[in-house]
Design a protein around this ligand. Sequence first.
Ligand code: PMP
Length: 453
Amino acid sequence: MKYAKNILETIGNTPLVKLNKLTQEVDALVLAKIETFNPGNSVKDRMAVKMIEDAEADGRLKPGGTIIEGTSGNTGMGLALCAIVKGYKLICVISDKQSKEKCDILRAVGAKVVVCPTDVEPTDPRSYYSVSKRLADETENSWYVNQYDNPSNAIAHYEQTGPEIWEQTDGKITHFVVGVGTGGTISGIGKFLKEKNPNIKIWGVDTYGSVFKKYHETGIFDENEIYSYITEGIGEDILPKNVDFSIIDGFTKVTDKDAAVYTRKIALEEGIFVGNSAGSAIKGLLQLKEHFKPTDVVVVLFHDSGSRYIGKMFNDDWMRERGFLDEEITKAEDLIKEHIDKPLVVVRTEELVSHAIERMRKHKISQIPVIDINGFVGSIDESNLFDTYLSDNNIADKPIKEVMGKPYPIVKKGASIEEVSKLINKENQAVLVDLGDNMHHIITKYDIIGAIK
Ligand code: PMP
């Protein structure tokens, strides 16, 4: 019989798969190490087990103990599987920018999840670094993992992932490209590969908003480089001990939009359903294509599974809200896509100006169409209210019909964006779109500005 004694024995030996469509512009063989095949669906299973086993071996983790870690989800999943098999409790401290799916998955495998704000300094008592440390101090028989500075993290990749890649490529690998968070993956694999062949180039993929690239190039830890970003799993506002800058040849930074767009492309063009840092990694690899020649063997590592991002990078509304969908905006109906689910705010001729003002404040809008039983008969916008106010500062109690301007022009939903733009000018702040069935919606100059790329 051939079976694993428990789930932990199935970790590792993940496949290396040639990329075909996505990397057509790259003149080299590009292979992806797909870590989704681990039982916790990420590369982090490897280092989670290693960190626990090393802590057991030297007595930091004792029987029945509580494991505490600040984790963006994947390390938590690996720790959870290991905690179940070995009989430990687990508390995961997670920042609020991580996807909801990641928290739910951690709870599903028995972890207690504590959520902390992302936008605070690492030294702030509310940060997930500080909260993890405090919980570790307060909880009896507990062990704080600290994947950032725990050497077992990189060692796991030095012992397993590095040798796997070396064997799978028959020692022919020339470049390794990977996203960097704690640094465990790049440093462990990079060290092993460079020991085998010092000519192998190790490239880190970083995010905008993270300190790595600049620190590697200049030795300066520049706080101006730090701001919040959307990409998950990579980039840091600290320098983890697991990042061994000496074995990294260079970093390239990938934008949040590119990372999200390329996460989708990997699924659509290669049939490989992987997570957000894989999108960054492959886009980073494409940015580096000038460094590769036809005989090169370039390996990229995909850290985790796409299923953890279905509410984000794989969700059209989430992508659209962030301007990450390059949808062609050519018609009036394209311009109202983002607010079509909200009712059109109107005001009636017999209502008072105060009603219109209240509605403008509530909905944060600057113009409102005016209706009576015959349909659209006028308009109210900030500029006519302002002009009227200059001559009469009691306008709040006046009926709308006394201060309203001309009704907005109505266009068909298939009208071109040029046609709509021409109708919006100083005198006329908006256009109404006829959606059929007596339904209308409004296009303002802000919708047109929003459509300009
Ligand atoms: N991608 C994802 C999805 C991750 O969870 C992590 C770990 N933070 C990384 C990339 C970066 O890996 P490492 O921490 O080993 O640098």
